[in-house]
Design a protein around this ligand. Sequence first.
Ligand SMILES: Nc1ncnc2c1ncn2[C@@H]1O[C@H](COP(=O)(O)OP(=O)(O)OP(=O)(O)O)[C@@H](O)[C@H]1O
Ligand SMILES: [Mg+2]
Length: 263
Amino acid sequence: MSTPQPKATAPIEMPESFAIQTEGLGKVYGKGANRVEAVKGIDLVVRSGDLTVIMGPSGSGKTTLLTLLGLVDQPTTGRLVLGGRDIYAGTPPDLAHIRNTEIGFVFQTPNLIPFLTAKENVLLPLSFAGVRGKPAEDRVQKLLDYLEIAERRAQHYPNQLSGGEQQRVAVARALANNPRIILADEPTASLDTDRALAVVRLLRRVSQTNGAAVLLVTHDHRLLGEVDEVIEMEDGRIASRRVVGQDGLARSQARSAQPESDG
Ligand SMILES: Nc1ncnc2c1ncn2[C@@H]1O[C@H](COP(=O)(O)OP(=O)(O)OP(=O)(O)O)[C@@H](O)[C@H]1O
Ligand SMILES: [Mg+2]
């Protein structure tokens, strides 16, 4: 039996404000007795400027979904449109370039490069994007300051940092390039309440001021006051999607009144 391939179907509407759009997105790992259908036919739209949370039990497919959206892994089925580009239809675009310049990914484990200092880890995506010298230094310093990574700490290597410090450095690294899409997999898991809120408020600010689309996986209900929408995943599917927060409420009302408008 052959593995189903991602296939192109009829064109779908792709407004500019839809940063992420999926149709029937699915991922199967393994074969035979080891086959796991981790993500099952996800239809999703995340607009520029939205901060959306994904919740759901362990094993429900949250990380898998993020890796598909972040071009870290390929879907088995379905369609993925990022910023108007139908990624797996026709000639594939330069995925590494899109990943490096348009997507900020915070992995579930910080994944910092062990032989670079904290600061160098944050500088790296900027250097990939050709930003060097003072502009890069200034940008990194601003992020490190906001995330309370002291100058002295910034000179340390990942294995000299606490789990929470590594997580905050990973957030700074993901934001360094001003990405249009930010995918953060439990970035606040080892942070105290104040620091967790600071991270989410930073993501919120980035979504509002830069128009970035932010998807944040978390189990932390304390953070929900800061977000627009909550998606609940269950067994590889989206079980529910609800609008939260005052902002979100107003936006959802505007949307149902004027489905074509994005404010
Ligand atoms: N590389 C892989 N190979 C095989 N199976 C995998 C792989 N990655 C994930 N899975 C399986 O896919 C399912 C979804 O996993 P995923 O990591 O997406 O869940 P999750 O919702 O992120 O869970 P958690 O909250 O524990 O991080 C699980 O059954 C998992 O065992
Ligand atoms: Mg996970």
